[in-house]
Design a protein. Structure first.
Length: 134
């Protein structure tokens, strides 16, 4: 009975995180930053599930329970695969953000925005400000 309950718990954990909604493409800097934060959260979730599944697999090995070992190992491998996908996705989002700030200006809805350097607490930041009309 304990074996069945543990198997359902692992399957539920994996199923719940797999059904999470997929983000839409970023339209602005705030969207990109929000996606980077969400991607980091998803990475952390997949890492934690991999750790839990790995522990479950080791518990199955210690108890000579082949089902628990298989479910734990499969969950850990799948979670590590998803972790790696999210890591790569987060890297591409960071590159998109860097590309965004590598520009000196851009136009949106016919209005020009210029990049401005701001120093705050000894750190250098960039922001885009609306250009003054001529």
């Amino acid at each position: 009975m304990r074996k069945i309950i543990l198997s359902f718990m692992v399957a539920g954990m994996i199923g719940f995180t797999t059904l999470a909604p997929v983000s839409a493409p970023a339209q602005s800097l705030q969207d990109i930053e929000g996606q980077i934060k969400r991607r980091q959260k998803h990475k952390n979730d997949w890492r934690n599930i991999a750790i839990g599944s790995g522990i479950l697999g080791v518990l199955g090995l210690l108890n000579n329970d082949k089902t628990l070992t298989f479910v734990g190992a499969a969950g850990a491998l799948y979670s590590l695969h998803r972790y790696e996908q999210d890591r790569k996705s987060q890297s591409s989002l960071n590159r998109a953000r860097a590309t965004y700030f590598s520009r000196t200006h851009f136009y949106r809805d016919g209005v020009r925005y210029n990049r401005k350097t701001v120093t705050k607490n000894g750190k250098k930041y960039y922001q885009f400000v609306r250009a003054k009309s001529r």
